[in-house]
Design a protein around this ligand. Sequence first.
Ligand SMILES: [Zn+2]
Length: 343
Amino acid sequence: MIIDCHGHYTTAPQKLQQWRDRQLAGLADGNRKLPGPAPDISDEEIKNSVEGKQLKMLLDRGGDCTIFSPQASGMAHHVGTQEISEAWSTVCNDLIYRVTQIFPKNFIGGCQLPQTPGVSPANCVKELERCVTELDFVVCNLNPDPSGGYWQDPPLTDRYWYPIYEKMVELDVPGMIHVSSSCNPCFHATGGHYIAADTTAFMQLIEGDLFKDFPTLKFIIPHGGGAVPFHWGRYRGLAQQMKKPLLKDHLMNNVFFDTCVYHQPGIDLLTKVIPVDNILFASEMIGAVQGIDPETGNYYDDTKRYIDACSLSDEDKKKVFELNARKVFGRLDSVLKKKGLLS
Ligand SMILES: [Zn+2]
């Protein structure tokens, strides 16, 4: 089985954005009412928004299922109030649930959390619990910078974050460390902010001792771990200077990198530097980079090709494509069994 552990609903029907626009218009003018608690989107519209897109590309490329979450840039935790964030998250997560019901064999849910800058992530516990226990979601996207490029909340190792970690551990749900759009013009969202945040999150984890308090907490750092694999010597060296344990003991029982690296040399480096048990197959399709690479004639985000072509053994490739995901996403096996995808 090939599990793509990182996909977003970037092709959601326009009505979702229209609902969001109305919601945000209400911030400026209280007389503007929402069209309803949720956008009026039919099953047919959902089907059409996914079928010829993510689903077709997944199957054409040889994949089986995708762990699918709301559009990351759309989370925009920096916009509006806690209440706005909560209502928006519920709407987005409910829509993901409907995708997983319409295409039960191919999509498994991941949730957006109703974070807000300066508001304790304790407010996310309820929505996480709902998504996991009622909607069968297996992961949450945790934004390390809800301010959207200004980094106003404490580092991920701070006790500030502990309420959400406690619930993640209790539910056996990992977090994908994933920022949203950038409202800081210095950071391009997917080219600057995402990769910087991936790298920053890893460094925060080096500086702290989070996994002493949460030995079973798991994080996926997407986009290949940002700059971390390329600078692995820097991070090992910094940890050593800080008198931290070796990274393999300090972090690598808890931190995993995906394969959203869009060229062969990048994947070759990732698979050479990072232990194979810490690598999860993903494409983040349809996402930030949608074109065809003129050097290869293939889509940049057709990441399965790079894994197929890398020097890992077949056994190790199976870990990357399937077995590691089934370990990291603690509830995945039971969801796959429920869907008849695993006996
Ligand atoms: Zn993403």
